[in-house]
Write a protein that binds this ligand. Structure first.
Ligand code: NAP
Length: 251
């Protein structure tokens, strides 16, 4: 693989995004670490640099079209044209339908769906020019339906549709698009869910693990490893797929 390939990971200050950025750097990519606040990206960037990799911290709200274009232009100027895009940035605003506000609905749609659309639209130009590219969208087992997540499950199901259409439109340019649908992964996001339901995180994790065939919850690296597969040259005939990474066949 040419050593100049550039990857973008959104929401990479922590959690799955941070692990993915580090893994792609180990795979030889220069990595643009995007998160809302550029300063929050410092830990991920220094971890990559201390491992001998190349990284750039970029502050960007992925739901804002002007910020997305500016971020992609800056990445192209400072690192080179990006040809791997991991749409990972995410938020939850869980509530039962009868209590869900319009703001909670819009926020979740904007970050997950509009964000992935804007990022993909801005980056595809570089992929088409390079005649090679990889788009990986973070869906979720919640796409199959999840109590208290009408907004999130809709967005995560929507990302599967976006993935399949990007695969169809961009395939002839050497670009694949795939989605990863994680189950329970131990991050700040699942910590927030434990808090919302009033459970200690360790108890929450144990309860989740007892329902998972491999008898443990997932770690961010489990997802990072799957992204690494999709970003690799050797997965070039795999496109438009959704892979559930959930420790078992069911959500
Ligand atoms: P996380 O720890 O909450 O990290 C998400 C990151 O996204 C945060 O750094 C957050 O920044 C950033 N972000 C939020 N809104 C953004 C925006 N508008 N623009 C740019 N960055 C933004 O979440 P995670 O658990 O690692 O999840 C990563 C992805 O996997 C998400 O798409 C999530 O839905 C999906 N997923 C997670 C699980 C799980 O069990 N954890 C399961 C299935 C799917 P701030 O810190 O500034 O808010």
């Amino acid at each position: 693989m040419a050593d100049s390939r550039v990857a973008i990971v959104t929401g990479a200050a922590r959690g799955i995004g941070a692990a993915t950025a580090k893994r792609l750097a180990e795979d030889g990519f220069a990595v643009a670490v995007i998160d809302l606040d550029e300063k929050q990206c410092a830990d991920t960037v220094s971890a990559i640099e201390s491992g001998g990799g190349k990284a750039l911290a970029v502050g960007c709200d992925v739901s804002d079209a002007a910020q997305v274009q500016a971020a992609v232009d800056r990445i192209a100027a400072e690192l080179g044209g990006p040809t791997v895009l991991v749409n990972n940035a995410g938020v939850i605003r869980d509530n039962m339908l009868f209590k869900m506000s319009e703001d909670d609905w819009d926020m979740v749609m904007n970050v997950h769906l509009r964000g992935a659309f804007l990022m993909s639209r801005a980056v595809q130009k570089h992929m088409v020019e390079a005649k090679w590219g990889r788009i990986v969208n973070l869906s979720s087992t919640s796409a199959l339906g999840n109590r208290g997540q009408a907004n999130y499950s809709t967005a995560k199901a929507g990302l599967q549709g976006l993935t399949k259409t990007l695969a169809i439109e961009l395939g002839k340019f050497g670009v694949t698009a795939n989605a990863i649908a994680p189950g329970f992964i131990a991050t700040d996001m699942t910590k927030a869910t434990a808090e919302r339901v009033g459970m200690d995180f360790e108890d929450f994790t144990k309860a989740a693990a007892s329902q998972i065939p491999v008898a443990r919850v997932g770690q961010p690296e489990d997802i990072a490893n799957t992204v690494s597969f999709f970003a690799d040259d050797r997965s070039g005939f795999v496109s438009g797929q959704v892979i559930y990474v959930a420790g078992g066949p069911k959500a």
